[in-house]
Design a protein around this ligand. Structure first.
Ligand code: ZN
Length: 78
């Protein structure tokens, strides 16, 4: 019985070998570009865009955005 188990184990290893051989430490894809630095900040409320020098940059709830997204802040020019 023990020998049969061993034989089955060998067969399973052969069949499933490629699966086990997959590198578990393979690099996972980078997380979504949520924290990407664009130099511009789009506020969630109002849709105002601030540049990195503005005092509101990253201080208000929002997300990074492109230089032409949303409405330019009147203080910093967006
Ligand atoms: Zn601003």
């Amino acid at each position: 019985m023990k020998r049969l188990f061993f034989t089955l184990l060998c067969a399973a290893t052969l069949v499933c070998g490629p699966v086990f051989a997959a590198d578990p430490a393979a690099p996972t894809p980078a997380p979504a570009a949520e924290q990407q630095e664009t130099g511009f900040w789009l506020t969630e409320k109002g849709g105002k865009r601030h540049n990195a020098k503005c005092r509101f940059y990253k201080k208000t709830k929002g997300k990074p955005c492109g230089e032409k997204d949303g409405q330019a802040c009147k203080v910093c020019g967006g």
